[in-house]
Design a protein around this ligand. Structure first.
Ligand code: ADP
Ligand code: MG
Length: 411
């Protein structure tokens, strides 16, 4: 029997009504002769009783310096609640269902609490359940260390990764990610009203979109699915729309198909970054690169790096700014300018490769929005710019417009 992994996000399991919609999706898969494996996130979003953030606040109020082991032990509970409730809901409809923790489902991780990586999926128990006609309802986001002594969590958006890892391990027909939008859109619909659903997108493009801020799917999930060539489908729990199919690199393999007859596939943004510009004297110029080791050792992620003679420019997450500045001061880099409250906006598209005029189109959008560009960086299929955050909304709208990300272009 063909296996399908169905992952349901926080809003999809938050209410009885929503869980009714979840049940319909699972019944539909069963009716189609597929064997579903269900993966669930914690219920609801920030502020709601069982959401991950709520649990985190609860334990930090008790002890701000609590050990990571206890944090993972607690924040993994949100998924336990969801899995039990969803399994109960399925049982009420006469479906044989069983709730499983990540560890029970065979998700084995390293021991890096809070940011564990999945090392392997031991599928023995999942296969036994499937053979017995049972629908496993697996807690996303969690795993267990190999010796079974610690519950671990795999970071924000981790339930997507759980679903992809199970799909890859069991060679599923597809991994369906059910959420509150009808698929991947050309922009975050909360920021750009004209955003449209994309019918099909390559692993490479969605990975870039996700890394550059589009939180609709976790990039690690995309990487795992890509490695094993498992189709990923992003769909709404609450409608029958076909959703977005994520599949292999359309830009390379299917150059003549209409799907890639678009320059860009989406625009996205990272809203909370700061830009650092350091003036380097000659001596520092040669030794200067050591600062990146220092920042990396302190777990500070450096992005948008431009190196010029006499100057280095880069960005860090706003939360890391003070720490980064202190490190730089301590190493004698005192000619420094910091631009707080910045955002990074990006356009992603496999169709941009080698197309002349793309940069001109990009820059024109900023001119039209009246947004000064503080810095640009580009790679293979992504062009990005750092701007002041106050210009974010209008800049995204202009970029979306400039790259023709409207329905008429995609059809
Ligand atoms: P879930 O809890 O189901 O995992 P998420 O909040 O992680 O849901 O992801 C869905 C949300 O992602 C949407 O509600 C939407 O606001 C946001 N989003 C950001 N960028 C995009 C995009 N390009 N396409 C679709 N949704 C996006
Ligand atoms: Mg999510």
């Amino acid at each position: 029997m063909k296996i399908i992994v169905q992952k349901f996000g926080g809003t999809s399991v938050a209410t009885l009504e929503a869980r009714g919609a979840v049940r319909k999706k699972i019944i539909k898969a069963l009716d189609e002769g597929l064997q579903p494996i269900v993966v669930v996130s914690a219920m609801g979003r920030k502020g709601e009783p069982y959401a991950t953030d709520t649990l985190l606040n609860l334990i930090r109020a008790e002890n701000p310096a609590v050990a990571k082991h206890e944090i993972d032990f607690l924040i993994s509970c949100g998924e336990n609640i969801s899995a039990a409730i969803v399994a109960a809901n399925l049982q009420a409809a006469g479906i044989k269902a069983l709730a499983l923790t990540g560890g029970q489902a065979g998700i084995i991780t390293d021991d890096k609490s809070g940011a564990a990586r999945i090392l392997k999926v031991d599928t023995t128990y999942l296969r036994e359940l499937i053979d017995d006609g049972i629908v496993p309802v697996v807690c996303g986001f969690q795993g267990s260390t190999e010796n079974g002594r610690s519950v671990t969590t795999i970071g924000r958006g981790g339930s997507d990764t759980t679903a992809a890892a199970i799909g890859a391990a069991l060679k599923a027909k597809a991994v369906e990610i059910y959420t509150d939008v009808e698929g991947i859109m050309t922009a975050d619909p909360r920021m750009v009203k004209q955003a449209e659903i994309v019918e099909c997108i390559s692993y490479g493009e969605i990975c870039q979109l996700a890394y550059q801020g589009a939180k609709v799917i976790h990039p690690r999930a995309v990487e795992i699915a890509m490695q094993k060539n498992i189709p990923l489908i992003i769909k709404s729990t609450f409608s029958d729309a076909p959703g977005t199919l994520i599949t292999n690199d359309l830009g390379e393999d299917t150059k003549d198909t209409p799907i890639i007859d678009r320059i860009a596939s989406g625009v996205t943004y990272l809203p909370d970054i700061s830009q650092v510009r350091i003036a380097m004297n000659e001596e520092q110029n040669t030794a200067g690169m050591e600062i990146f080791d220092l920042l990396a050792d302190s777990n500070i992620n450096v992005d948008c790096l431009n190196v010029h003679p006499g100057e280095i420019i880069f960005t860090v997450e706003e939360n890391d700014l003070d720490k980064a500045v202190n490190i730089l001061h301590s190493k004698g880099f005192d000619k420094m300018a910091v631009e707080k409250s910045c955002a990074k906006v990006s356009v992603v598209g496999a169709g941009m490769r080698g197309v002349p005029g793309v940069m001109a189109t990009f820059v024109r959008a900023f001119v039209k929005a009246g947004t000064p560009i503080l810095q640009t960086v580009d790679s293979n299929i992504t062009i990005s710019a750092v701007i002041a955050r106050e210009h974010l909304n209008k800049t995204l709208a202009q970029l979306h417009e400039a790259f023709g990300l409207s329905k008429s272009v995609q059809e």
